[in-house]
Write a protein that binds this ligand. Structure first.
Ligand code: CU
Ligand code: ZN
Length: 165
């Protein structure tokens, strides 16, 4: 329901044919069991990110958009580094200096499920810096939000490609 309302709001003033929403379906990397969905919706002033991920260990897990929409490697190394079109340092989602792809952490409950809703003011869904077509990665370990270049978040446990609707 909430997503439907957001879509309507986000699209009301846009021209036809542009991408207003996108989805990444996350699949586990080799040896893991993490899966889920992440939706991206254009809203006033940014992009709304809604994630629902299961199969995690309880606690924090680094959560980023990576440069390449390529999950073909068994460890998802094919997705490359953090999406960083503006040449900034790694940081936290609420910092001005951060990679465009820095979404911080997902926090899983005791059942291993993590849900997140966040309106991001660094991301765009249009032009050369668009997040559409790039990769979403969930990591085994927490993103410490400061270590360079990627928050020391450990192996990649799930990967998905952002596809425009
Ligand atoms: Cu990452
Ligand atoms: Zn980063």
């Amino acid at each position: 329901m909430l997503l439907g309302a957001t879509l309507w709001f986000g699209c009301a003033t846009e021209k036809a044919g542009q991408t207003h929403s996108a989805i990444a379906v996350l699949s586990p990397t080799q040896g893991n069991n993490v899966r889920g969905t992440v939706t991206f919706t254009k809203v006033r002033g940014g992009v709304r990110v809604v994630a629902d991920v299961v199969g995690l260990t309880p606690g924090a897990h680094g959560f980023h958009i990576h440069e390449k929409g390529d999950c073909s490697a068994p460890d998802a190394s094919s997705a490359g580094g953090h999406f960083n079109p503006t040449g900034m340092d790694h940081g936290a989602p609420d910092m001005d200096m951060r990679h465009a792809g820095d979404l911080g952490n997902l926090v899983a409950d005791v059942s291993g499920r993590a849900r997140l809703t966040h309106v991001d003011r660094h991301m765009t869904m249009e032009g050369p810096n668009s997040i559409v077509g790039r990769g979403v990665i969930v990591h085994a370990d927490p993103d410490d939000l400061k270590s360079q270049p990627s928050g020391n978040a450990g192996p990649r446990v799930a990967c998905g490609v952002i596809k425009g609707n």
